[in-house]
Write a protein that binds this ligand. Structure first.
Ligand code: SAM
Length: 509
C-alpha cells in the first residue's frame, strides 16, 4: 500500500488552510500544535500570520518539511500534556478495516481510543479526541474532517467527549463542494473551544455550491455575504444527540414528528425490497406489443423505472420480456418467436452480463431479487432508490397496483400482514413534508442525494393509527380519500391538505 493510502494523505488546499487560520482568535503568543502536519501547510500559514510557538507531528518521514518544527513520530502515541492554545489541521481519515496492522495496534494501546471508540470508528476520531484533550482551558481546536462523525451512532462517545469538555463555536458545512481532488464526501470545518463554563449558540454556515471553491467564495462565507450559503445559529449540542445542522424551526418540527411516532418506524410496518435486475433493460423492453402471441403475452410483465415515478401517481409503464418458467434455447426460439427475434440483436451483450454466479441464459433476467414479494397480489409503493433533493419539496412514493414490477433503480414497499393502515395512508406520510424534512436532515445522504434502500426507509418514523380512537380513524380515512382524489385530479394543493391532516394527528396524545 502506498504511503498516501496507508496514512490518509490528502493535502489541504492553500485557500482552505488560509480560511481556517482566520478562525483562530487567540493572540500570537499562543502555543500551537498541528497533529498531522503533512508537508506543513498549516505551520507555514500560522508562521506567516505571526505565530511563533508551533509544533507539528508527521508519521511519514518522506514528506516532512525541514523548515518547520515537525517531529517525525506518531501523534497517537506522542507523550504530550494539555498546554496548547491552538490546535489546527486536517487529520487523516482512514476506516478501521483499511488501517495497517501497526496503526491498529497503536490504537488498541491508546486509552482514549479504548474508552471512546470502537472498530466502526475511523482513524480521525483519535486525532479529534486527543487534540481536544491536549487543549488548555479556553484553547481552540480547528479541524477539517468528513461530516460523517457528526451523526453516526458509533461516534457518539467522541461527540460526547467534546461536549462534556467544551463547546462548538462555529461550523462550516460543505455539502457537495469539491475540496480535495477525487474525494466525494461532504466536509466540515469546525471550531471547538475547551471551556466547561460556557454554553453559547453555534454559528452554522451551510455552503451549497457544487463548484470548486475560490478565495472569493471563502471571503464571502467568512463575511456571511455568500449567496450560495445559509447562515443560522443553533443551540449548543447536548450529550448523546446527533449533531444535526438544522435551523431551530425545522428542528422543532422534526422533534414533533418523532415524538408523535413514538419510536415506531416504517420497518415495523412494511416489507421493503430493491427491484429486479435484467442486466440490460433495453433488450427486454418489448418493442411491438401487437405482434406477441398468447404465450408471449403471458410471459411479459409491466415494469416501472425510477424515472416513471411521481408522488402518489406514476407515468408510463413498459412491458418487458419475462419468462415465467425455465426453457431451453430450441423451445425459446420456437415458442417465443418475437422475443427470440428481439433478443437476437443483443445476444452477445446479454451473454456477457454479470451472472450472479448462475448459469444465466440470455433470455433470463440477471437477478430476480425479491421476486416472490413482487409477484404477490398486493398493492405496493414504489420510489426511486436515490433522489436528489434540490428543487424538490416532497419525494416520489407512488401507489402502484399489483403485478407491476420494479427495476433495480426502484425500491418497493409492501404492507406487512398485521399493518392496519391503508397503503394510501402510508404513501401519504412518505410524500409528506414531515418525511421530507426528516430524511433531508437525518436520512442516509450523500451531498444532496438521499438514499432509499431498505435500511434508510426502515428507520423513518411511522405514525401508527390508534384504530380505537375515533378522531384518529377519521383523519386516517380523510388522508386516504385525499390520496384517492389526487389520483384522479392531480391537484397539487391536496398535498397541503394531507400535511394538515398529519399536523392534526401529531397533536393527538
Ligand atoms: C489528511 S493529511 C493532512 C496533511 C496536512 N495537515 C495538510 O493539511 O495538508 C494527514 C496527514 O497525517 C499524517 N499521519 C497519518 N497518521 C499519523 C500519525 N499517527 N501521526 C502523525 N501523522 C500522521 C499523514 O501522513 C498525512 O500527511
Amino acid at each position: 500500500m502506498g504511503e498516501k493510502n496507508k496514512y490518509g494523505q490528502y493535502m489541504t488546499p492553500n485557500i482552505i488552510a488560509d480560511f481556517m487560520c482566520t478562525l483562530v482568535e487567540h493572540d500570537k503568543t499562543a502555543v500551537c500544535l498541528e497533529p498531522s502536519a503533512g508537508k506543513g501547510i498549516f505551520l507555514s500559514k500560522l508562521e506567516k500570520v505571526g505565530f511563533r510557538n508551533i509544533l507539528g507531528f508527521e508519521i511519514d518521514e518522506t514528506i516532512i518539511n525541514p523548515n518547520y518544527n515537525i517531529r517525525n513520530e506518531s501523534f497517537v502515541t506522542s507523550n504530550l500534556t494539555p498546554i496548547y492554545d491552538v490546535i489546527i489541521g486536517n487529520p487523516p481519515y482512514i476506516r478501521w478495516k483499511n488501517l495497517e496492522t501497526d496503526l491498529k495496534k497503536e490504537l488498541e494501546n491508546s486509552v482514549l481510543w479504548k474508552n471512546y471508540c470502537n472498530s466502526l470508528c475511523d482513524y480521525s476520531s483519535i486525532f479529534i479526541l486527543k487534540s481536544a484533550y491536549l487543549l488548555k482551558e479556553k484553547g481552540e481546536l480547528i479541524f477539517i474532517t468528513p461530516d460523517y462523525w457528526f451523526t453516526t451512532t458509533h461516534a457518539k462517545n467522541v461527540r460526547n467527549y467534546l461536549i462534556e469538555n467544551g463547546y462548538i463555536k462555529e461550523i462550516y458545512h460543505f455539502n457537495e463542494t469539491p475540496i480535495f481532488d477525487k474525494v466525494k464526501v461532504s466536509f466540515v470545518i469546525f471550531k471547538y473551544v475547551k471551556d466547561t463554563a460556557k454554553n453559547p449558540n453555534i454559528s452554522v454556515t451551510k455552503y451549497l455550491s457544487k463548484q470548486k471553491i475560490t478565495e472569493q467564495d471563502l471571503t464571502e462565507i467568512k463575511n456571511k455575504t455568500s449567496a450560495d450559503a445559509s447562515f443560522f445559529d443553533i443551540p449548543q449540542f447536548k450529550k448523546d444527540e446527533k449533531w444535526i445542522l438544522v435551523p431551530n424551526k425545522d428542528k422543532s418540527e422534526i422533534e414533533k414528528y418523532e415524538t408523535a411516532c413514538n419510536t415506531n418506524t416504517f420497518g415495523d410496518f412494511c416489507r421493503i425490497g430493491n427491484g429486479m435486475v435484467s442486466g440490460l433493460d433495453k433488450a427486454f423492453q418489448i418493442k411491438n406489443e401487437s405482434l406477441l402471441n398468447e404465450k408471449e403475452n403471458k410471459n411479459s410483465i409491466n415494469v416501472l423505472k425510477a424515472k416513471d415515478l411521481n408522488s402518489i401517481s406514476f407515468g408510463k409503464t413498459t412491458k418487458y420480456i419475462f419468462l415465467k418458467q425455465e426453457t431451453d434455447e430450441k423451445n425459446f426460439q420456437s415458442e417465443y418467436p418475437n422475443f427470440s427475434e428481439q433478443l437476437a440483436e443483443y445476444k452477445t451483450k446479454l451473454k456477457n452480463r454479470y451472472s450472479y454466479g448462475k448459469d444465466l441464459k440470455y433470455w433470463e433476467w440477471a437477478f430476480l431479487r425479491n421476486f416472490n414479494l413482487f409477484k404477490t397480489e398486493k398493492e405496493r409503493i414504489f420510489c426511486p432508490c436515490k433522489e436528489r433533493i434540490t428543487k424538490r419539496q416532497r419525494f416520489r412514493f407512488s401507489v402502484v397496483p399489483p403485478e407491476y414490477f420494479p427495476t433495480q433503480d426502484v425500491t418497493a414497499l409492501f404492507k406487512k400482514e398485521e399493518t392496519k393502515e391503508d397503503i394510501r395512508y402510508i404513501a401519504a406520510l412518505l410524500n409528506s413534508k414531515f418525511v421530507f424534512k426528516w430524511l433531508s436532515n437525518k436520512g442516509t445522504r450523500k451531498g444532496d442525494i438521499i438514499e432509499f434502500s431498505e435500511k434508510p426507509i426502515s428507520s423513518i418514523p411511522y405514525r401508527k393509527i390508534n384504530f380505537s380512537n375515533k378522531k384518529e380513524v377519521q383523519l386516517h380515512d380523510k388522508i386516504v380519500s385525499l390520496v384517492n382524489n389526487y389520483s384522479t385530479c392531480h391537484e397539487e394543493t391536496i398535498f397541503q391538505n394531507i400535511d394538515e391532516c398529519f399536523e392534526q394527528l401529531f397533536i393527538i396524545k
